[in-house]
Write a protein that binds this ligand. Structure first.
Ligand code: ZN
Length: 140
């Protein structure tokens, strides 16, 4: 069987208290532009994706909690603002989940769930991956 491998780095997730203010700051100081802005009540977050202008670079995803008990609120309480996760694109998210599980990685999501911007996503637990929360995303 072929070895499972992820595709391009899709985005780096950053937990923030106020996504609009942070987006403005990053636009002004880093010249990034807003690619996508979406609130997902299910996950209790608002997400703003920013990319460098005229570039095929990966994005950053600013995550602001919109409810008190979202995973991002808990993260902010514990650790404050900062890097939250890294997301890789995969061709087949089901294959990705199965492959990681087979390699002993603890998955937070055993089945894919709907992500932002027409994706299916699944998170792997940071304790299995040297403290880094890894998200797999498949575009649909
Ligand atoms: Zn993400």
């Amino acid at each position: 069987m072929e070895i499972f491998k992820v595709g391009d780095l899709y985005h780096v997730g950053i937990a923030v208290r106020n996504a609009s203010d942070t987006a403005k700051l990053y636009q002004k100081t880093l010249g990034l532009i807003v690619e996508h802005d979406e609130t997902v009540p299910d996950q209790g977050v608002r997400a703003i994706m920013l990319v460098p202008k005229d570039s095929s670079s990966s994005a950053i995803e600013l995550l602001e909690p919109v409810v008190d008990d979202s995973s991002i609120s808990k993260f902010l309480e514990k650790r404050g603002e900062g890097m939250h996760h890294i997301c890789y694109l995969v061709k087949d998210i089901y294959e990705g989940i199965e492959s990681l599980k087979k390699d002993g990685i603890e998955m937070i999501d055993h089945t894919p769930r709907e992500g932002l911007n027409n994706t299916l996503v699944a998170f792997a637990h940071p304790k299995s991956l040297n403290g880094v929360l890894i998200e797999l995303a498949q575009k649909i």
